[in-house]
Design a protein. Sequence first.
Length: 337
Amino acid sequence: MRVLLTGGAGYIGSHTALVLTERGHEVLVVDNFSNSSPESVRRVEQLTNASIELIEADLADPEQAKRALEPLEFDAVVHFAGLKAVGESTEQPARYYRTNIDSTLNLLDIMRAKGVTKLVFSSSATVYGDPQYLPQDELHQTGVGVTNPYGWTKAMIEQIIRDVQVAWPELNAVILRYFNPVGAHPSGRIGEDPAGIPNNLMPFIAQVAVGKREKLMVFGDAYETSDGTGVRDYIHVMDLAEGHVAALEQAPSGVSTYNLGSGKGSSVLEVLRAFEKAVGRELPYEITAARAGDVAEMVADPAKANRELGWAVKRTLDEACADAWAWQSANPDGYGA
Ligand code: UD1
């Protein structure tokens, strides 16, 4: 297949570009580099010995989107592009809604005009809001108790895709709900490169380990979990990337939705210990107040993806930490300026 990756220069997009290329698919990337670097795509080309067509465009702008995508030929789209910082989304809600939703609507219009009927969308376990039960399967309620505009854009885009498919039944869309992506390609050549202070746990720990941050702030230790700290389902980004390939190759027609997670929960302190093992020394931390909007525990039930996509995680949290550390220590400033 010729697969267009929107946001393909980003963290999950670049790892998926690599895995798709290794599987023999042809990859095209469109990105506006607002939170990514073309260097990631160059490194994927080096790692795979393949060439990837890279187009710079902002898909939220309908004219730019048309100009960029109309001349291209592709059979499927994986739509990663979007803004994803939870805190920022509460400060700039209109920007988040405009960027994430307009880009999706423009993309769907262009796909329909071109007759491209295969779409994979990057959703998030955040659509489940406050967990009503654990582990969470795909039948768990969504769009209730979502605490921030970023999360709402994911819930709304899921609904948009379902509505568009009713009016355009040829559309085959796969909605993938990611749990917590971590780690990097084992080469240490590509990885997560957050702008500014990392919001997420593992990139923050990695920056403590490399000496860029003084210590980890553990957000709360009074949750009803094994050690009182928040529990999440961490998934190695290479396993996540393989989930996209499985979705493109195995998903049934119509709209289908899958959790991509390991099914195993880890606490903040367990992640810290695993990272310390990878680095080979203890890392400083301090318990601080819980972060607004955080829940105690999120764990995926990945059985549907296991069964229908023939996909399951293969890598452990320890491997994710070792790979994240290989990336962070070799690239302390990420992809650079
Ligand atoms: C967050 C978002 C989620 C988004 C995902 C993208 C919130 C409420 N949720 O998930 O919508 O899809 O990122 O990757 O922001 N922690 C610390 N110290 C830190 C950072 C995090 O203790 O410096 C803790 C958190 O309290 C949480 C766990 O580590 O228990 C994981 O946090 P994080 O990596 O930010 O992911 P989520 O909050 O699960």
